[in-house]
Design a protein around this ligand. Structure first.
Ligand SMILES: Cc1cc2nc3c(=O)[nH]c(=O)nc-3n(C[C@H](O)[C@H](O)[C@H](O)COP(=O)(O)O)c2cc1C
Ligand code: SF4
Length: 682
């Protein structure tokens, strides 16, 4: 280990417990909760195995009037929930780490879709209005009951082995709704002065402490205003609240603002972006502090500890991307760290599909159901069979790397371009998306360390070349391309005159529309359309972003960056046209129709179509069309993988490459197979 990093491996005492080091996986949702306890336990356990000294659960609602359905949280309403969550504590303990649980009440932001109880609020101004209607203003009896729920859950958590019991006071949920002068307009002992607004939190902490005695450390997750406003709570006020509850707390877990700022994407927030605000917490407490900021650089981590700002390095996303980050630092294997890209695909997957996943780490969330370990790979039975992987994009790189780790004697990864990366090569050059290039960098390094893997660049293979290659196993990771022929997914008719337009690849290869105004037509709704628009706007084009969607880049809302992205593009002068379907690219004009069927047109000197991608399968069809030629060439199998199967998000291409490599010796590695599920016995 580099002696400069030794400070990160010092034990830290928090109340009655001692953390083995300063690496701490802060609470974050996974989508597994108490309903998939084994999946959840394996997901957390792997982090403890990788060296995280503290590992926490998802947010854990304490009562059915904080029912998060359709999301999946670590409900801890009764003994059965606790029994299931106990598996998480056990898995974490197995590797010598401490287990934390984040007790939660959503208040106005609960959904209660399944429980059908009214949401609870300090005053009837704070209801989540998505589904119409208002929440119930808490009576004093409600306040006592919810506090009792926290205390009961704390006791239950202690009994199943949790070491650190949190009260969740950040991200705008009930604790913060009570603190906020905007959402708390009460005139009783719980409203008005700061001391009154903090009473609910202080009493809850007292009750939780009383419930667990000296058996557990008590933590609070709390937020200070960052670059964005925090429900009308000034930083000085929040510091005062921290001072107020200080005697009741063993660990302050601090972050900034609302969730989109806290989990800020690399597009808009650099590593350590929270520090100017969170470092102020030290002014008011001598208790241990854990802070977050997408930290992956051990030098930065060590200097943070030395500065005294934090005692523990908190991480959600860096621990998802690399559960073995602490171990790699300890062993001086810094170049092997799988650095978080800040894409927030993890959040998109957790929030949308209730299954956390990661663009960098294909094994995240798959530890139990597929039995995947991020660092261990089962040796293949036939290492002597030469493997050829064609295409060095995300799927091809991942597949070749895993095949190499599985012990094949010879894996060749061949790409027509002079650099690895496929589509991500140009994606990383789009404004704000540079950190996505970490997906490439990690694999370039990983591949270079495998003596049995050879990377051959600048060579475009034909079907005949592949037959002559001498490979017994062929994996085609030939990717996909944006279509410029006018096909669009939302409309049956082709865009007339599409030949006048460019595609994203052509723009990124250096072609440009005529100077003047440009329309970027986006039916994809994620990062490519906005990226191309920003690139062209920066070059001085009058840029119009036209989309069939009801807003620009709705997918970015799922990665928590939609609002920021739209404001950012708007600030650059890019003009949005939503709900428009393009029908024709004419000379100097684009023609289409609005969502109401009215004709629509706009002057445009140039057009870029971000409409639809098509898989590149030519080689696959040529090779598989002639089984006898394959047999004669000694090729046992030809597999298709990644975008070449179906163009999807880069995370899915990485996953697909990984999956194929793990199952390469199965009867049909491309076929879907049932994975382990957690179903109640009938
Ligand atoms: C997938 C995901 C789910 C999250 N869910 C929670 C949660 O349940 N409770 C919570 O306090 N914070 C949650 N967060 C926020 C993180 O705990 C953390 O504060 C934030 O991501 C910044 O830390 P990082 O830069 O190390 O990711 C979540 C973050 C992610 C990535
Ligand atoms: S999905 Fe992206 S942001 Fe999330 S952990 Fe993985 S690399 Fe980091």
């Amino acid at each position: 280990m580099d002696p400069r990093h030794a400070v990160l491996f010092e034990p830290v005492r928090i109340g009655p417990k001692t953390l083995p080091n300063r690496f701490y996986q802060v609470p974050h949702a996974s989508g597994f909760g108490a309903s998939r306890p084994r999946t959840h336990a394996a997901f957390r356990g792997i982090k403890a195995e990788g060296g995280w000294g503290g590992v926490c659960t998802d947010y854990a609602p304490v009562s059915p009037d904080s029912d998060e359905t359709f999301a999946v949280a670590s409900d801890c309403w009764d003994a059965e929930d606790m029994h299931r969550l106990g598996l998480v504590a056990d898995a974490v303990h197995e590797h010598g780490a401490l287990a934390g649980i984040e007790l939660h009440h959503g208040g106005a932001w609960a959904l209660n879709g399944e429980s059908r109880y009214p949401r609870l609020v300090p005053s009837q101004v704070a209801a989540e209005s998505r589904y119409s209607g208002m929440a119930k203003e808490m009576t004093l009896a409600d306040i006592r009951r919810v506090q009792g729920n926290f205390a009961a859950a704390a006791k239950g958590a202690r009994d199943v082995g949790f070491d650190i019991i949190y009260v969740y006071g950040a991200h705008g949920y009930l604790m913060m709704q009570m603190l906020s002068p905007v959402t708390n307009r009460r005139t009783d002992a719980y409203g008005g002065s700061l001391e009154n607004r903090a009473r609910f939190q202080r009493e809850t902490l007292e009750m939780v402490r009383e419930a667990v005695g000296d058996d557990c450390a008590i933590a609070i997750r709390t937020g200070v205003a960052g670059g964005l406003e925090l429900m009308g709570i000034e930083t000085e006020e929040m510091l005062e609240v921290i001072r107020l509850v200080d005697p009741l707390v063993d660990l302050f877990d601090v972050n900034v603002g609302g969730w989109p700022e806290d989990s800020g994407t690399s597009r808009y927030y650099p590593e350590g972006h929270q520090l100017p605000w969170t470092s102020r917490v030290r002014e008011v407490t001598a208790k241990p502090i854990v802070g977050v900021g997408r930290y992956t650089n051990p030098d930065v981590m060590a200097s943070l500890i030395r500065s005294g700002a934090f005692d523990l390095i908190g991480a959600a996303r860096p621990a998802i991307a690399d559960p073995f980050l602490p171990a790699k630092i300890r062993e001086g294997r810094l170049d092997e760290i799988r650095e978080c890209t800040g894409s927030n695909v993890c959040i998109l997957r957790e929030e949308t599909f209730h299954n956390v996943g990661c663009i960098q780490n294909a094994t995240a969330g798959e530890e139990y159901r597929r039995g995947w370990h991020p660092e261990l790979f089962q040796r293949v039975e036939h290492p002597e069979r030469p493997v050829l992987v064609v295409g060095g994009g995300p799927a091809g790189m991942e597949c070749a790397m895993v095949l190499g780790r599985r012990g094949y004697d010879a894996v060749h990864l061949v790409d027509a371009e002079t650099e690895l990366g496929g589509k991500l090569r140009w994606t990383r050059q789009l404004p704000t998306l540079g950190d996505w290039g970490r997906v490439i960098d990690h694999r370039v390094i990983g591949l270079s360390k495998l003596p049995n893997v050879e990377v051959i660049l600048g060579r475009r293979l034909t079907a005949a070349d592949i037959l002559d290659y001498g490979a017994e196993i062929v994996v085609l990771a030939t990717g996909s391309a944006w279509m410029g022929d006018g096909t669009q997914p939302v409309h049956l008719s082709m865009i007339k005159g599409a030949g006048r337009a460019l595609t994203p690849e052509r723009v990124m290869a250096g072609e440009r529309p005529p100077r003047g105004s440009v329309v970027v037509y986006d039916t994809d709704g994620y990062y490519v359309g906005p990226g191309i628009a920003e690139l062209l706007a920066a070059e001085g084009y009058e840029t119009h972003l036209v989309t069939t969607k009801d807003r620009v880049s709705p997918v970015s809302d799922d990665s928590l960056e939609g609002d920021m992205l739209r404001r950012h593009l708007h600030g650059l002068g890019i003009v949005f046209h939503t709900g428009v379907t393009l029908l024709e690219v004419a000379d100097g004009t684009v023609l289409g129709e609005t969502e109401f069927g009215d004709p629509w047109s706009l002057h445009a000197d140039g057009v870029v179509l971000v409409t639809q991608q098509r898989s590149e399968q030519t080689l696959y069809h040529e090779l598989t069309a002639d089984p006898s030629a394959l047999a004669a060439a000694g090729v046992r199998a030809v597999h298709l993988v990644g975008d070449a199967v179906a163009p999807r998000m880069p995370s899915e291409a990485v996953f697909d490459g990984h999956r194929l490599a793990r199952g390469i010796e199965s009867a049909d590695p491309m076929a879907p197979v049932a994975y382990l599920r957690e179903r109640p016995p009938l």
